[in-house]
Design a protein around this ligand. Structure first.
Ligand SMILES: [Zn+2]
Length: 335
């Protein structure tokens, strides 16, 4: 709060009066909006950051020099959902709209999918595995061209989408428990639990490995996420049935407002029932992000990326509004 007052004072000193109101409004809007993003802001950054440490030399040195960019920009794709209509679909896929496990009949490649379904249908029910595959090719090309800026930008984005695809509720049409009377479970699983317990997780995952067929790995983690949907929903339903109503929620400070949140006691109980599933999916995200970055580099002929200092990429200015275009897959509300 002290920090906040200092910022307001600073703004007043630098900008003439009509600007102050606008800037302060934007500041609060951004801080409130950012607090409710997918996987949570915290987890996305952590996954991209840790993925760098899975890389072998010499690739490691390139990413390590630019680790601040990779970490800070782990949430760009979520910000983009505010300005780009087609962005939302890239973060999820409602597998249960198309198939039941093992979902063998679902086309693995975009060009096959587009033959079986209309583009409208694919965009409506989400395209995360197809988009990860598409970005992998882009990253390989960026490596071939030794385009350092593109490598970093695509790597940060790719890390985000791969992490999203490891979240069970990003693979179902019941993505916020809205079809089973469990509204709020999306943010509970992917934001509240890692924010509460993530500091104690073990993020040591070992080395990134070369993937012969990235398409198979991509579909493996998407389908593994989908296999866990039943546990994510049914464990919370069981817990809810036996847990005293008055101890289920608490209020926590978020930016300038008090927000309803699942209580620490309820969160602990859910985490135990899940047998640390959130930690396991975060660890899996880290090693899969590292392995896909590494595979793209190997497939590009292991280009030499030494000799450049930390790269300064102008941050794209993304205007935040409350108007998410398309489905908000990062809902943490209880409405
Ligand atoms: Zn996302």
């Amino acid at each position: 709060m002290k920090k906040l007052k200092h910022v307001v004072k600073l703004l007043k000193a630098v900008f003439p009066k009509p600007w102050i109101k606008l800037l302060i409004t934007l500041f609060f809007l951004v801080s409130v909006s950012l607090s409710s993003l997918a996987w949570g802001f915290w987890a996305h950054k952590k996954i991209n950051y840790c993925a760098v440490f899975t890389l072998p030399a010499p690739l490691f040195y390139f990413y390590k020099r630019n680790i601040t960019y990779i970490e800070d920009h782990a949430v760009d794709p979520d910000k983009r959902r505010y300005i780009l209509k087609e962005e939302g679909a890239r973060h999820y896929i409602d597998l249960d709209h198309y198939c039941t496990l093992p979902c063998d009949e679902l086309p693995r490649y975009w060009f096959e999918a587009i033959d079986s379904f209309t583009e409208d249908t694919l965009m409506k029910y989400g395209i995360v595995p197809y988009h990860i595959n598409f970005l992998s090719y882009q990253l390989e090309n960026a490596f071939k061209e030794k385009d350092h800026n593109a490598i970093l930008k695509i790597s940060a984005d790719l890390g985000h989408y791969i992490a999203d695809a490891h979240v069970p509720l990003h693979t179902t049409k019941n993505y916020n428990g809205q079809l089973s009377g469990q509204r709020g479970i999306h943010g509970f699983w992917e934001s509240r639990l890692p924010e509460l317990f993530g500091e104690d997780y073990d993020y040591f995952t070992g080395r990134a490995v070369y993937i012969d067929k990235p398409i198979e790995l991509i579909w493996k983690f998407v389908l593994d996420s989908h296999k866990a949907v039943d546990s994510v929903l049914s464990f919370e339903a069981q817990l809810n049935e036996h847990f005293p109503d008055d101890r289920k929620y608490t209020y926590q400070e978020r930016g300038q407002t008090m927000m309803k949140a699942y209580s620490l006691e309820y969160s602990k109980a859910y985490n135990e029932l899940l047998d640390n599933m959130v930690e396991r999916r975060m660890r899996r995200s880290i090693i899969d992000v590292g392995s896909i970055w590494f595979t793209c580099w190997v497939n590009a002929g292991k280009p030499d990326l030494s000799g450049s200092d930390t790269i300064a990429i102008a941050d794209s200015i993304i205007q935040m509004t409350d108007d998410i275009k398309g489905r908000d897959h990062a809902i943490s509300g209880f409405e």
